[in-house]
Design a binder for this molecule. Structure first.
Ligand code: ADP
Length: 636
């Protein structure tokens, strides 16, 4: 690569992000300092890690720290580290593009509303570019720890779409970010203000952040922060604000976490963990390849980001750190996967995370509700993935319910069980195309009449999830759209007598229906469920639902044939009318019409919509009767 100076264009998205940030984060502009200190700390961490296997990298300069200098005369503020540094290529790619996953989703979600977008940017993690909120020009001088003095790099930009890079001589290892402050940002040169900010943003950082001693004529520096990894300090000594600051540093999330759990384990196995629950889902929650996992330290030394082995996939939203006293410093990702120690820690950390959730659910229902909205669908995966913790997971589930008036009001299984009707032996649920569709479904008619609560579900994975669980506190789950309702103690004498009588009286009618529908249905029977609608389809206990069949079909999988049962409300006027139709063809047409209507309810679609509409029109014409005006001649 050439050593000469070249000018390059920012990637289009970087340019857009820069403009957005400069304009919408203006009211919190001091966050740039947090971001730059955070990057400097990461750079020192990376070098310390590499130096474990290659101590020469540190050389004589083994005192890793961060320095902050304000130069009032030049109007500059400099943040310097003696960490890993960057090569010329790295400076171009790291400071010229945004490599984060989810970038395109981020841009899609921008609204143009400054306040909302500022939040989004915060969530996206503003990083290095936040320097431009307060600077008219930013210079970066850097040299990689493993490169000679002659391979230093100077990167510079005034955020107008371009940046320049050139190779320079640089004696110091690591990176200096020099901010040429805007006229109206000179407040950040005030030592008093600066110290307060630095302390606020760096107390949790494990490296000393140093500033010039006030009033000293010499170039003497003193530490401004505690420089002790926060998680190594006793819980009682830590303020919530400190926990939140550390969260922002490790999670790159501008929003506060919902809750956290900080624990030290002693004895045979020694480690400290600090787990956080974010308050909102990241953009890439559903991308399988998205980075997840904890930050791993071994005896206070940073080892790696995104160590996935410490938590199961269904807890991928948990952020945090784990600092082990026992693992070897040279542990690699591959070794983590096989390590028995890690396996045991994973079990314990999983329980910790679930306990944290249980505590939040119990003590701060509103926050838990927010958690559920953001991450509930992920947590549900655990019922299949982690059978050993099913008992811990079940009480954490939340459902829309017929007991609530809106879909946002959710209930837990414990609430449901506490409200069981006398004689009720089942936890009833219904999975629909949408929560509204489930709430309105005819499957619920009898249960609604009897005031029996039904849990409503509509997520793609719900059928699979419910297939994994069988009971809660001794009460079995029962899908109301399958098989018998299993009312047991809920059905009274009158109900039973009614059904019995209807069955007896309708034998012939049921047979005519079955003959008319043939293989479309397994059976036609008198419905216990229906009180208002004429007909519906019911699946067998082991059959796949319409929803699941569609998911499989979309995924190109073969879908097993299954015949639903058609249930009739034999007291419904339409069904009564059918009984009086003796002409087989007319009966067949009407039976098909009812069947199609029931499939529409069941699947949200019918096999042959034009057939359905022809039949419906025929029926309507018959209803209108001879009084109807003649159709126009050309109509079909
Ligand atoms: P993030 O830190 O979230 O990755 P940034 O925009 O803050 O995003 O930084 C982009 C990249 O630039 C970093 O990932 C890192 O590789 C590099 N970088 C930034 N600051 C430094 C620094 N002080 N020393 C070394 N590399 C740095």
């Amino acid at each position: 690569m050439s050593t000469t100076r070249e000018t390059l264009e920012f990637q289009a998205q970087t340019r857009e992000l820069l403009q957005l940030m400069i304009h919408s984060l203006y009211s919190h502009r001091e966050i740039f300092l947090r971001e730059l200190i955070s990057n400097a700390s990461d750079a020192n961490d990376k070098l310390r890690f590499l130096a474990l296997s290659n101590p020469e990298l540190l050389g004589k300069d083994s005192d890793l720290a961060i320095w902050i200098d304000a130069d009032a005369a030049r109007g500059t503020l400099t943040v310097r580290d003696n960490g890993i540094g960057m090569s010329r290529e790295e400076a171009v790619s790291h400071l010229g593009t945004i490599a984060k996953s989810g970038t395109s989703e981020f841009f899609q979600r921008l609204t143009g509303d400054q306040q909302q977008d500022a939040q989004l940017i915060g969530q996206f993690g503003v990083g290095f570019y936040s320097a431009f909120i307060v600077s008219e020009r930013v210079e970066v001088l850097t040299r990689r720890a493993d490169a000679p003095d002659s391979a230093g790099v100077r990167w510079e930009s005034s955020a107008e779409g371009q940046f320049s890079v050139e190779t320079i001589e640089r004696a110091e290892r690591g990176t200096s970010v020099i901010l040429h402050l805007k006229e109206d940002a000179k407040e950040f040169l005030d030592p008093f203000r600066l110290r307060a900010l630095v302390r606020r943003y760096s107390d949790h950082i494990a490296f000393q952040v140093r500033m010039r001693k006030e009033g000293s004529a010499t170039l003497e520096y003193e530490p401004v922060n505690q420089a002790q990894a926060l998680w190594t300090r006793p819980r009682a000594e830590l303020r919530d604000e400190e926990y939140r600051d550390l969260y922002r540093h490790i999670a790159h999330d501008g929003a506060d976490p919902l809750a956290w759990s900080h624990n030290r384990v002693e004895g045979k196995r020694e480690y400290t963990s600090l787990l956080y629950l974010p308050s909102r889902a990241p953009f890439d929650l559903w991308q399988r390849e998205a980075a997840r996992g904890l930050k791993l330290y071994v005896r206070r030394v940073f080892i790696m980001d995104n160590a996935e082995q410490f938590l199961p996939l269904y807890l991928r939203f948990v952020k945090g750190i784990v600092d082990s006293n026992d693992l070897p410093l040279n542990i690699s990702r591959e070794l983590l996967q096989q390590d028995r120690e890690v396996e045991a820690m994973r079990g314990a950390l999983t329980r910790r995370a679930l306990e944290l959730l249980a505590r939040l659910a119990k003590e701060e229902a509103d926050k838990y509700q927010q958690f559920w909205r953001e991450f509930g669908r992920v947590l549900k995966e655990g019922l299949g993935e982690d059978a050993a913790n099913r008992e811990r997971l079940l009480p954490l589930l939340r459902f829309a319910s017929t007991a609530g008036s809106s879909n946002d009001e959710t209930v837990g299984l414990a609430d449901y069980v506490a409200r069981l009707r006398p004689g009720q032996e089942r936890i009833y649920y219904l999975i629909g195309e949408s929560l509204d569709a489930a709430r309105e479904s005819p499957q619920l008619e009898l249960l609604r009449q009897k005031g029996i609560e039904v849990l409503l579900l509509a997520d793609r994975i719900d059928e699979w999830v419910m297939g994994q669980v069988s009971e809660f506190e001794g009460k079995r789950f029962k899908d109301v759209a399958r098989g018998e309702l299993e009312l047991a103690g809920l059905a009274d004498q009158a109900d039973r007598a009614r059904i019995e009588a209807e069955r007896k009286e309708s034998k012939a009618l049921l047979k005519r229906f079955k003959d008319a529908l043939g293989q479309r249905v397994l059976e036609v029977r008198v419905s216990e469920r229906l009180r208002e609608s004429p007909a519906l389809l019911v699946r067998g206990e082991g059959d796949l639902s319409a929803q699941m069949r569609r998911v499989l079909a979309t995924a190109g999988q073969s879908v097993p044939v299954s015949q639903p049962v058609l249930e009739l409300n034999v007291t419904h006027p339409l069904v009564r009318y059918l009984e009086s139709v003796s002409e087989p063809e007319a009966f067949g047409e009407l039976a098909r019409l009812l069947y199609d209507e029931a499939s529409l309810l069941d699947e949200g679609q019918i096999a042959n919509p034009s057939d359905f509409s022809r039949r419906l029109n025929q029926l309507l014409v018959r209803l209108i009767g001879p009084a109807a005006p003649p159709p126009p001649a050309a109509a079909s």
